[in-house]
Design a binder for this molecule. Sequence first.
Ligand code: CA
Ligand code: CA
Ligand code: CA
Length: 159
Amino acid sequence: MLRKLAVTTLALATLSGLAFAQGMGGGMGGGMGGGMGGGMGNPNAPFMQRFKAVDENGDGFVSQAEMTTNAENVFLAMDADGSGEITMEEYMTVRMNPDGGKNPAMQQRKADRFPAMDTDSNGQVSKAEFVNRAAAGFAAADVSGDGRLDPMEFRGHAE
Ligand SMILES: [Ca+2]
Ligand SMILES: [Ca+2]
Ligand SMILES: [Ca+2]
């Protein structure tokens, strides 16, 4: 199981290209290597994989800065042609959740999210639009209002 998830993550990193590898290298490596076996809930749950990838300093919380950094890296990974804008096609091609691609309902929810991110409605999502959306998501997910997300709050954000 561990092996399978690791391979899936690796495949995603490869798929997403050099920008993703450069941007996420540190966080991904640290999260996967160091965070495993931290004992927080089920470390194999897909959202925990994501949580550890985003929690760059490994303190068990995702800060606003970590969320922003992650959003920028995710944006670069999604922008396959490097145009600085994500098209609907680019957005739907990249699977952020290893299980997401197999789940039509989740794909639909993802598709529904695109116009919400495209705040100027030009049919593409710019980096600013994407990061702003992540920041808004962070605020919404921070139920306790302490400026950081614990795994459960993060899960609420991710799903
Ligand atoms: Ca952190
Ligand atoms: Ca693009
Ligand atoms: Ca736009």
